[in-house]
Write a protein that binds this ligand. Structure first.
Ligand code: ACO
Length: 329
């Protein structure tokens, strides 16, 4: 195995056509556009249809990224999907996506670490390429979170949307991967989880009636943790890359709450034009939010050759992570 550098050679994203606006939510919940906008920055979220599963969204984003990279699916060595809303508990959604792309007999697996999924996935995928295990990897963050949200719970129903973002990573003489900082704290899973349906609590009728098949979140607790960890992970990732805030051209944070992003950006002394925000359009799409934002930024020309980017995320686990990346065109 020969070590090499790694770079992203293609990006793509997809969000379902159906949109739910704050005005739509006002009609079905005790909430308001004003509350949602000021507390979260969200305006719209895209929602998968009843027949649309996570692999369907992933597939469209994957095709766009492969097309952007000019890479045939058969030339991908490994398919990774970061998701907490797989098509099935098993098999892995990545196997389904690889098969739908016509790439048989390739390595494929899912990463399940909630909203931190893309950051963990990028670290794993980049490491596999840099160590020479694989030459080309397709990494996708894809979610259909609206399928596991209780539509009657105003505390969570307003927050989540569906979508997918994909990147093609390839071995390269230049090395884009500068550092990674990952972390977790599993001591309080009850702060943010789907309680029933796993091996701890079966989804029996009592738990079903209690709504334990849906996302439960202690919003205020998660908020405090999120701001601290976004800052901490970004600083540690920059330090590992021997860089400072001043070297940073773009911060691409997980899109969970505009106030979380603003608080972290303020502490990190990042002006708003260097912080990517698209939460108004998508809401929180968990593992898909960062690759969707990256794909939009690259396609709109906002990302330039040589830019130093920090991708930073946090979520269920609790978990967090940041990756420092030097963009190579
Ligand atoms: N509309 C109107 N009022 C509401 C709504 C709503 N949709 N939701 C809650 N409220 C009310 C509450 O009942 C409460 O009322 P009270 O004061 O009478 O008790 C009041 O608004 C304030 O509630 P808080 O929960 O304190 O509101 P907060 O300002 O914390 O905002 C939010 C809530 C948006 C959820 C915020 O806490 C947050 O963003 N937390 C972090 C979410 C996150 O980042 N999740 C991470 C990833 S998800 C994953 O990993 C899958």
């Amino acid at each position: 195995m020969n070590g090499s550098g790694v770079k992203i050679t293609g990006v793509g994203h997809y969000a379902p056509e159906k949109v739910i606006t704050n005005a739509d939510l006002e009609k079905i919940l005790d909430t308001s556009d004003e509350w949602i906008t000021t507390r979260t920055g969200m305006k719209r979220r895209h929602v998968a249809g009843i027949d649309e599963a996570t692999s369907d969204l992933a597939l469209v984003a994957a095709r766009a990224a492969l097309d952007d990279a000019g890479v045939d699916p058969h030339d991908i060595d490994c398919f990774i999907v970061a998701t907490v809303t797989p098509d099935f508990p098993f098999p892995a959604t990545a196997c389904i996506v690889a098969s739908k792309l016509g790439a048989e007999n390739k390595a494929a697996f899912d990463i399940e670490i909630a909203c931190s999924g893309f950051i963990y996935g990028l670290t794993v995928a980049a490491s596999l390429v840099r160590s020479g295990v694989y030459k080309r990897i397709l990494l996708i963050g894809a979610e259909t979170l609206t399928k596991i949200v209780n539509r009657k719970d105003r505390a969570t129903a307003i927050l989540f949307g569906d979508g997918a973002g994909a990147v093609v990573l390839e071995a390269s003489a230049q090395d884009s991967f500068l550092s990674s900082e990952l972390g977790s704290d599993g001591s309080k899973p009850e702060l943010l989880r789907v309680a029933a349906g796993g091996s701890r609590y079966a989804l029996d009728p009592l738990r079903y009636d209690a709504g334990e098949q849906y996302i439960y979140m202690e919003g205020r607790e998660v908020f405090k943790f999120a701001v601290t960890k976004m800052i901490d992970a970004t600083e540690r990732a920059l330090e590992k890359a021997r860089l400072t805030h001043a070297d940073l051209d773009l911060l691409i944070p997980h899109q969970a709450n505009k106030r979380i992003i603003d608080a972290a950006a303020k502490y990190l002394e990042m002006p708003s034009d260097k912080v990517l925000v698209n939460i108004h359009e998508y809401g929180n799409t968990s593992a898909a939010s960062i690759p969707i934002a990256l794909s939009e930024a690259v396609r709109s020309g906002r990302v330039k050759n040589g830019d130093v980017i920090v991708f930073v995320g946090f979520g269920g686990g609790l978990s967090w992570g940041a990756v420092t990346w030097k963009w190579a065109a």
